[in-house]
Ligand binder design. Structure first.
Ligand SMILES: Cc1cc2nc3c(=O)[nH]c(=O)nc-3n(C[C@H](O)[C@H](O)[C@H](O)COP(=O)(O)OP(=O)(O)OC[C@H]3O[C@@H](n4cnc5c(N)ncnc54)[C@H](O)[C@@H]3O)c2cc1C
Length: 419
C-alpha cells in the first residue's frame, strides 16, 4: 500500500470527481466513492424501451478551454465515437419559430413589434448601470423584447422575480451584444457562432452516459457507497468507509458538509450560511415528439410551465426506438405527473409523456457574497486536507468542461501543496 499521504479518497463520481481521479491517479492511490450504482451524476442516462433518457436535461459537449479540449481528445476518439452537431435552436411562441438568440432574428417578429424594439434599442440610455437581472435585460434589449421573451422565459427557469437575481452570479453568462452588433446580425442574417454550444460533440451511442462510462475506466470506483460521515484518524488523515486517506476530494454537494464533517470543523455561522444557499431542481420528462429539425426549442409562453425541449432524439438516431422521435422537456423544480401531462398538452410539437425524473439539485443560486464565502470555505478545508470541487461543491453554474477545468485546477493546487 502507498504511504498515507499518497492515498486520496474522492467522494462523487460525477464529471468533477472522475476528472480529479484521472489527474491524481498517476501519483496517488485513488478511490472514488459514488452513491449511485453508475457513474455520471447529472450526466447519467438510462434506456427506456429503446429510447435514451437523459436523467437531467440532455447533455452535449464542447469547450473553448484548450487544456480541457486536449485532455478530452486523449480520452475519446471524437471523429469515430461522436457526431459533430450544429446548433439549430428556436424560440417557439404560438406559430412563430424564431431562431436563437432572438435579438439576432428580430425580422421574424411582427412588424409593429420590430418597430418598438428598434426604437427602444436606438434610444437606450447607456449611462444606466443595471443593478439586477431585470434591469440588465431591460437595459440591454428594451422593454418590448423583455416582456415578450426574456421575462417570461427566465421567470420560468428561475421561478423568481428577476429583480431579485444578482448580476454577480450571472457574470460571464449574460448576452452582451452592442446595438450595432444586433443591427448588423439582423441586416446580414448572421448566424451566431460565439456560444460554446454553437456546435458540439454528441456521442453516437449512449448519450452522456457514454462519456461517464469512459471517464470511469481506469478508476477504482466504489458504487452504491453513500458516504454519510468522514472521520479524522488519530495519526492524521481521514477515514472513509473504514479506509484511511491522506486527503479527501469532496465532489458532492456542499449542503452535506455539516453532517459529513466532524463537529467543530465548521463554525455555526458557516453551517448557517451553507444551509441558506439557494438552489433549484429540475423535472426532466422523456417524451415522444413530432418530427422537427431542432436541437433545442425554447418555450417562453407563460401559459405552460415547462421552459425548454431538448430534442435528444435529433442528436443521435441511436437515441430513438424504431419509429419514434424522442426529446426531453424541462420544468424547473418538482412537477407532478398530472401537472406535467396537463402542461404538455399545450406545448408546441405535441410532446407525449413517456416517463420523468426529478433531480432536487440542478441549479445553484448565488448571491453577491456566495463566491467569497465558498472561497473562504475551500481555503479553510484545504488546511484539513479536504478539497472541494464540482458544481455543487463550488456552488457554481458550471458546464461539464468548466467543471473539468475547475477539478484540474484544484488538483494542481493539491499537488503543489502536498507533494
Ligand atoms: C439541466 C441541465 C443541463 C445541462 N446541460 C449541459 C450540457 O448540455 N453541457 C454541459 O457541458 N453541461 C451541462 N450541464 C452542466 C453539467 O451537468 C455539470 O457541469 C456536471 O455534470 C457537473 O458534474 P459534477 O461532478 O460537478 O456534479 P454532479 O454531476 O452533481 O456529481 C456529483 C456526484 O457525487 C455523488 N455524490 C454526492 N454526494 C455523495 C456522497 N455523500 N457519497 C457518494 N457519492 C456522492 C452524486 O451521486 C453524483 O454522482 C447541465 C446541467 C443541468 C442541470
Amino acid at each position: 500500500m502507498k504511504q498515507l499521504n499518497k492515498r486520496i479518497g474522492i467522494i462523487g463520481a460525477g464529471v468533477s470527481g472522475m476528472t480529479a481521479g484521472h489527474m491524481l491517479r498517476d501519483t496517488h492511490e485513488v478511490v472514488v466513492y459514488e452513491w449511485n450504482d453508475a457513474p455520471g451524476g447529472l450526466i447519467r442516462c438510462k434506456d427506456v424501451d429503446g429510447n435514451l433518457f437523459h436523467q437531467c436535461g440532455g447533455h452535449v459537449f464542447n469547450t473553448k478551454n484548450e487544456v480541457v479540449r486536449t485532455w478530452f481528445e486523449n480520452k475519446f476518439e471524437l471523429d469515430k465515437e461522436f457526431i459533430h452537431v450544429e446548433r439549430n435552436s428556436v424560440i417557439a411562441y404560438d406559430e412563430l419559430r424564431i431562431p436563437y438568440p432572438i435579438e439576432n432574428y428580430l425580422y421574424y417578429l411582427p412588424i409593429p413589434m420590430q418597430q418598438h424594439i428598434l426604437s427602444e434599442l436606438l434610444h437606450k440610455d447607456e449611462t444606466i448601470r443595471p443593478k439586477n437581472f431585470e434591469e440588465f435585460l431591460k437595459q440591454q434589449f428594451g422593454d418590448t423584447l423583455y416582456e415578450f421573451y426574456f421575462k417570461p422565459y427566465n421567470q420560468k427557469i428561475w421561478r423568481a422575480d428577476l429583480s431579485s437575481i444578482s448580476l454577480e452570479w450571472l457574470a460571464g453568462k449574460l448576452p452582451n451584444p452592442s446595438v450595432a452588433e444586433i443591427l448588423l446580425s439582423n441586416i446580414n442574417h448572421t448566424h451566431e457562432k460565439s456560444f460554446v454550444h454553437s456546435s458540439f460533440w454528441y456521442p453516437k451511442h449512449g448519450g452522456s452516459q457514454f462519456l461517464a462510462n469512459r471517464l470511469a475506466e481506469g478508476l477504482d470506483l466504489r458504487y452504491n457507497s453513500h458516504i454519510e460521515r468522514i472521520h479524522q484518524a488519530d495519526g492524521g488523515g481521514w477515514i472513509i468507509n473504514n479506509e484511511l486517506y491522506g486527503a479527501v476530494f469532496f465532489c458532492g454537494n456542499i449542503k452535506q458538509l455539516p453532517s459529513l464533517l466532524p463537529l467543530g470543523v465548521l463554525t455555526d455561522s458557516e453551517v448557517d450560511r451553507i444551509r441558506a444557499l439557494a438552489y433549484h431542481g429540475t423535472t426532466t420528462v422523456l417524451c415522444e415528439i413530432e418530427n422537427n429539425p431542432y436541437t433545442w426549442i425554447y418555450l417562453p409562453k407563460s401559459d405552460y410551465r415547462c421552459h425548454r425541449i431538448i430534442c435528444t432524439g435529433n442528436l443521435s438516431p441511436a437515441n430513438n426506438a424504431t419509429g419514434k422521435r424522442t426529446a426531453t422537456v424541462e420544468f424547473t423544480d418538482y412537477t407532478s405527473k398530472e401537472e406535467i401531462v396537463e402542461n404538455l398538452f399545450l406545448v408546441p410539437f405535441a410532446p407525449k409523456y413517456i416517463t420523468h425524473v426529478y433531480n432536487e439539485y440542478t441549479y445553484p443560486i448565488q448571491t453577491a457574497d456566495t463566491r467569497e464565502f465558498i472561497s473562504h470555505l475551500k481555503n479553510k478545508l484545504r488546511a484539513y486536507g479536504i478539497y472541494l470541487s464540482g458544481r455543487f461543491a463550488d456552488w457554481e453554474y458550471y458546464n461539464m468542461d468548466v467543471a473539468m477545468s475547475a477539478a484540474m485546477k484544484q488538483c494542481e493546487i493539491f499537488l503543489s501543496e502536498r507533494v
